[in-house]
Design a protein around this ligand. Sequence first.
Ligand code: SAM
Ligand code: SF4
Length: 329
Amino acid sequence: MPRDRFGRDINYLRLSVIDHCNLRCVYCMPLRGLKFVPSDELLTAAEIELVARAAVGVGFHKFRLTGGEPTLRPDIVDIVGRIASIEGARDVAMTTNAILLPRLAKPLREAGLTRLNIHVDTLNPERLKKLMRFGTIDEIEAGIAAAEEAGLTPIKINSVVTRDYNERDVVDLARRAKERGWHVRFIELMPLGGGEAAHVALSQFVPSRETRQRIEAELGPLLPAASGGPSDESSNFRFADGDGIVGFISPVSEPYCGTCNRMRLTADGKFHLCLLNDDELDVKRAIRSGGGEPAVAEILRKAVLGKPTGHRLDEGVSTEERSMFQIGG
Ligand code: SAM
Ligand code: SF4
């Protein structure tokens, strides 16, 4: 297993496959002024498979497809199938806004997708429109139902808590987790990219402590629950009565860099060494100049060794070059 300079085992590769999105969440994608990667600069399905094969050879075994919105790639089912068929790829997951799942959940499952994280910030239709601008709650609910029907359970929900938009709606989402046995994870805003979205992330920040207090005031005390493993970034809790898990992901108020096990690949073929840092290593150039699996593996090993110890958000340092929709969370 690849180990970095700080003794962390890095075995989880998050692959951003596209930088387009059908929604425009206010803290992620501004409405105007965006530059997208031209389609011939995106890694192809075969190139993504090559990177995943090299990663397995280096000791990675967990993969997650993300974006932008990964389901917008016309070849997303093919990409999932290619990664899932690699011997040694034990977990092939996806993070999605669920809008296209009614059509895709079943084929994705059949191609070998093991798990899904679905992003929904509020169950309130009006407030959802303000926050996840082009999505509706009915579409997202239909996507969740399709995921459940396809057997992609238990459903994990990601909810980004944003002041003046949805900070009070966390109670309804937690209640829904309890009723439906969902695992809902409340995420602290992170400022990436230095533009309008980063400004929202800084000015509308809500600490997890406050979100937890709000939930406990309405639904009773939350009791510690098992974590998903040593590098699970979510602190998990259960209810005294009823099913469901409520988790808090707190990169800003309680950084978990010491247990980070991730490497990221951008849609235009760069290893991005830490979510909240600009350091990258180009792998596409090596592939397109004829480098095969050994060349990719070599760059990946370098990327692991180059991973920074942690982020420096408390010093006001974050990514300037990349926004969340370009890295994938
Ligand atoms: N479009 C998919 C989605 O929304 O799930 C996948 C890509 S999105 C960039 C991945 C995750 O990043 C989302 O689930 C959302 O929870 C999270 N996210 C986006 N912008 C964020 C920000 N500024 N701070 C914290 N989390 C953010
Ligand atoms: Fe799109 Fe996901 Fe970013 Fe929202 S968080 S704009 S759904 S990429």
